[in-house]
Design a protein around this ligand. Structure first.
Ligand code: ATP
Ligand code: MG
Length: 647
């Protein structure tokens, strides 16, 4: 159905773009046939202390996996994100901050950012942090968090940002895993009108893990918190003691920049390690090209800096490109479902990037919230994080984009550093629900589950990548073997993404969900994302999650968790209506066997549905729910168990 829908780039997008259709094909071809030449040119977008003479040196040959880019180059990330812009953009806004409480806002210019980062870097040095040390950052969405990240990068320390909603256990696990001796935190944070007790969570975490010598606390709410003498220090006291002059540390391109733990939707989070040169070249290039970013625009990515999306598209990509990046402390639903659109108008946002989970929630709340705002400055909308249901894509394009904005659905992973498959605005026509075509240098392949390369254009199977790209993770921190086994052992010679996909006759990629989530119904393979999209296309459904469960006849049955739109009533009639609906949309093979009404779905803190848990509930296997510590709201699980369907 939706596969027939094609949106040609608008005239405005074509006139505006960095890359037109022919250039896309030509540059893409060059990027894969001559990666050394192509990426040497792209590396010039950064300022290097020493420009690299070696560009690509990578091997996907199991078990000798080795990935090096620009290996003899020397540079500093914070210099590239700040110092080099000072002449031209010293007074331009670098970070525009919108607080959780409507009416609160703040900003830093590039010059002010420079001063704050240097000072923070000197505070780190004064507290014993040296090049290569790991610095844990557990902070809310405030400007100081970006400052802390850039300050670590300035002195060559390796940051590990932990999302400010994680529990003390999650903090302890991550701090212990990377052996960090210092934690940067805040007294408290704010989110959706609630206070988040960050320092308290750190205190509790530190009863469970050793080795932390210093905790540096930024004052955000000003409420009283416990301060452990000798260990805990107020940032403002420390900052007053140091100078605002801190030269950037020259770093090798392959020196670590940060560790970031994956969201944990499939199991124990992995400490993904990214390095300096390749990550920044790739992050800044993807930010510029796949969002078609133009000088002077306001760019807003709604992710939390605790996720890779926040790292690459709130902090490093935009700042490397000299952009004005908007940082939002709050949530889409507070004080009500029009908050995003108010902020877009208030700050004259040009490019807006969010996640399907937010789009579906706002769709569920009703289009009237978005319809009230014209948002005349908006010209491009991004979506990332999960497969976007065509229905949600169309809603986003119509009610937010007013049918004039380009929609960019970008597929990528914490592991990939930046976008991998995404439409080049103005160059690649879009199809709702498809991430479309690969970015420069990215060679996706479709393999059968047994590993056979699918050479014909129209194909279906698992998604793997044939060769390295500069933004690729280098290792799992402290466990290179886990890196090799997780990503390179199952399909030899390829990087395995863990996602399933379909490639259509135009060579467009459609992510069908995690490979573990693919259903096998009476011998037919069916992506959970497809059944979910069909359900969400029903006017009464706002969100759906689909999993398989053992079925005597079919092998696997289709179990659906359905959240209804605000104000809709559940009933047995609606259940049969939905079954008929899906049957009509996809075919008899996809007819749901069981439908459970779910007022809430178990989601990771980054808003992804954790199907692993839904599968266990559907299988009636409550003892084996696994690691639920990364769930946003663990209580929804009890409700799901209590209302499990079995007929
Ligand atoms: P873990 O690896 O610990 O299970 P995670 O995979 O959720 O966590 P991320 O790296 O944040 O952690 O997410 C990457 C995954 O998100 C991709 O592998 C894919 O499944 C999904 N994803 C991201 N963007 C898209 C998109 N545009 N379309 C479809 N799926 C997407
Ligand atoms: Mg993953």
């Amino acid at each position: 159905m939706s596969e027939q829908l094609i949106f040609q780039p608008s005239a405005a997008a074509v006139a505006h773009t960095h890359t037109n259709a022919e250039q896309y094909e030509a540059h893409y071809e060059r990027s894969v046939s001559d990666p050394d030449g192509f990426w040497a040119e792209q590396a010039r977008r950064l300022d290097w202390v020493k420009f690299p003479t070696k560009i690509k040196n990578t091997s996907f040959q199991y078990p000798d996996i080795s990935i090096k880019w620009f290996e003899d180059g020397v540079l500093n990330v914070s210099y590239n994100c700040i110092d080099r812009h000072l002449d031209k953009r010293g007074d331009q806004v670098a970070i525009l901050w919108e607080g959780d409480t409507p009416g609160t806002q703040d900003l830093v210019t590039y010059r002010q950012l420079h001063e704050r980062v240097c000072r923070y870097a000197n505070v780190l040095k004064a507290n014993g942090v040296q090049k290569g040390d790991r610095v844990t950052i557990y902070m809310p969405m405030v400007i100081d968090t970006a400052v802390a990240m850039l300050a670590s990068a300035r002195i060559g320390a390796v940051h590990s940002v932990i999302f400010g909603g994680f529990s003390p256990d999650s903090i302890a696990g991550r701090v212990g895993d990377c052996g960090s001796k210092i934690i940067l935190t805040a007294d408290e944070g704010r989110r959706g009108g609630k206070i988040i007790p960050l320092k308290k969570a750190v205190d509790e975490a530190l009863t469970k893990v050793g080795g932390v010598e210093k905790v540096i606390v930024v004052k955000v709410t000003g409420n009283a918190v416990n301060m452990e003498p000798g260990r805990d220090l107020w940032y403002h006291d420390e900052a007053a003691k140091v100078s605002a002059d801190c030269p950037p540390e020259p770093m090798n391109a392959e020196d670590p920049l940060f560790i970031l733990y994956t969201s944990g939707s499939t199991g124990k989070p992995k400490g993904v390690l990214h390095t300096t040169g390749g990550y920044l070249v790739y992050g800044s290039l993807t930010h510029q090209l796949s969002f078609d970013y133009r000088d002077g625009e306001v760019f807003w990515c709604t992710a939390d800096v605790g996720w890779i999306t926040g790292h690459t598209y709130i902090v490093y990509g935009p700042l490397a490109n000299g952009a004005t990046t908007l940082m939002f402390e709050g949530v889409p639903s507070y004080p009500d479902a029009s908050r995003f659109w108010q902020v877009v108008e208030k700050h004259k946002v040009n490019i807006f990037h969010t996640a399907p989970t937010a789009i579906r929630a706002l769709m569920g709340a009703g289009a009237e919230y978005a319809d009230k705002y014209d948002m005349p400055t908006l010209r491009l909308l991004g979506t990332v994080g999960e497969p976007i249901n065509p229905e949600a894509w169309l809603w986003y394009s119509k009610h937010v984009g007013k049918d004039r904005c380009t929609v960019v659905d970008a597929w990528w992973q914490t592991e990939t550093g930046g976008h991998m498959i995404a439409p080049f605005p103005g160059a690649v026509p879009t199809k709702p629900g498809s991430a479309t075509k690969p970015f420069f240098g990215v060679q996706p392949v479709v393999l059968s589950p047994e590993g056979k390369l699918q050479e014909q254009t129209k194909a279906e199977g698992v998604l793997a990548i044939k060769d390295s790209w500069p933004g690729q993770m280098r290792t799992v921190y402290g466990d290179h073997q886990r890196f090799v086994e997780t990503y390179f052992s199952q399909y030899k010679g390829y990087y395995f993404t863990g996602d399933g996909c379909r490639r259509d006759e135009d060579g467009y990629y459609w992510i069908t969900g995690r490979v573990d989530d693919v259903l096998n119904v009476s011998g037919h393979r069916l992506g959970t994302a497809e059944v979910e999209s069909a359900l969400v296309a029903h006017p009464k459904v706002s969100e759906a999650a689909v999993v398989g469960y053992p079925h005597d006849i079919k092998g696997q049955g289709i179990y659906c968790y359905v959240t209804l739109m605000a104000g809709e009533q559940s009933s047995d009639e609606l259940r049969s209506e939905l079954k008929t609906w899906v049957r009509k949309e996809i075919g008899p093979i996809a007819t749901p066997d069981l439908i459970q009404w779910a007022p809430g779905l178990p989601k990771t803190r980054s808003g992804k549905i954790m199907r692993r848990i839904l599968r266990k509930v559907a299988e009636n296997d409550f003892g084996a729910l696994g690691d639920t510590s990364t769930l946003a709201d663990p209580t929804v699980v009890d409700d799901l168990i209590a209302n499990r369907q079995n007929r």
